[in-house]
Design a protein. Structure first.
Length: 362
């Protein structure tokens, strides 16, 4: 048995794209313990509710995280709408879910590329990001933005998407599916990829449940929890929705779940585009939150459940706004998955959990 050594990992690392700092306790190239340290990019976004009114803060919310920007604007807007009792037209709800599921596709493709880069498969990384560009083209054509979309407003959405554009979106997604199937086959069947992922970073179903994991990280350990099954917004009008799970519990299972979720999101977009109602897109609410009024909301972000809480004070500004992001929930599981792994597998394990430090350090 070798002598234990503490190795600082991050906050900058040549493979890991997130500013995460870990102190790794290592014995003979094996990680015995991982101690996370966060707090390097704190921005104080939640305090801005004191100086930005409820409509202005939606632009702050979507800057919590660039990759999950649409989801944060949607989660915030739904929370304030619940706080004030604002009804959102069904068409606006459909459009919100369509854009949210496209954001999930964009996030998962980005993540798949980064995962490939972590184990040295550069061409696979480029193919994933090439397909992701087509989703960003959809965002640009429908909202004017490619990452920060500013599409949601309290009471509805900013602009409509006509029938021809919805058909174009579905055609664009059809063009992705064939090539995406080949990418998934490489991730799940290629022997060199499997050698870096299979059996690495294992987390059992019991561990995932006890540590309150969320998102694809939890579902890869066979925890069938997905906020979309609650049926909020247009999700309640889907013909069928079942959370995608895997019993593997390792890095390969996390890849498997996200690969399948991209296909699931594409199917959701196509179904909603085919049956979208025509009752309008809503308009910006002119109400103010009542003093002492409270509301909370959960939304399934690409990385998992995100919790939102708001407290009104009778003015156009909120008294308090709070988010609990999926990475915050998953840090304990990440530390557990790192225990006992080889030092060379640390970047792979961290990336298959898909942490967002920007989300965690608001």
């Amino acid at each position: 048995m070798g002598k234990a050594t503490v190795i600082p990992f991050g906050p900058q690392h040549p493979v890991l794209p997130e500013p995460l700092h870990l102190d790794l306790v290592v014995e003979d190239e094996h990680v015995i313990e991982a101690i996370p340290q966060i707090g390097f990019v704190h921005r104080g976004l939640e305090k801005l509710v004191e100086t930005r009114d409820i409509h202005q803060f939606i632009y702050v919310a979507e800057r919590i995280c660039g990759i999950c920007s649409f989801g944060h604007s949607l989660g915030y807007a739904e929370t304030i709408e619940s706080l004030m009792g604002v009804e959102v037209p069904r068409r606006a709800q459909y459009l919100r879910v369509i854009l949210h599921e496209l954001s999930r596709v964009h996030s998962h493709l980005l993540w798949l590329g980064l995962a490939a880069d972590a184990f040295g498969f550069e061409s696979l990384f480029m193919h994933c990001w090439r397909l992701r560009e087509r989703v960003l083209d959809i965002f640009e054509a429908t909202t004017g933005g490619r990452v920060i979309l500013s599409y949601v407003q309290i009471g509805g959405v900013v602009r409509d998407i006509d029938a021809d554009t919805l058909r174009w979106i579905c055609d664009k997604l059809d063009s992705i599916e064939g090539e995406y199937k080949e990418i998934c086959a490489t991730f799940l069947k290629d022997s060199s990829v499997r050698s870096r992922l299979d059996g690495v970073g294992y987390l059992s179903q019991q561990q995932a449940s006890e540590l309150c994991m969320v998102g694809p990280f939890a579902r890869a350990s066979n925890v069938p929890y997905d906020c979309r099954i609650l049926g909020h917004g247009a999700y309640g009008e889907l013909s069928d929705f079942t959370p995608i799970t895997s019993t593997g519990g390792d890095c390969l299972a996390r890849v498997e779940v996200r690969c399948a979720e991209v296909n699931q999101s594409i199917a959701i977009v196509k179904e909603l585009a085919a049956k979208i109602p025509n009752d309008g897109i809503g308009e910006k609410s002119k109400l103010k939150p009542a003093a002492g009024a409270q509301a909370c909301n959960v939304l399934e972000q690409p990385r998992g459940e995100c919790y939102y809480y708001a407290l009104g004070n009778g003015s156009a500004n909120l008294e308090r706004m709070r988010m609990r992001t999926p990475t915050t929930q998953n840090l304990a599981g990440m530390v557990k998955a790192l225990e006992g792994c080889d030092l060379a597998d640390v970047p792979n394990i961290i990336l298959t959990i898909d942490p967002c430090i920007s989300c965690s350090e608001r």
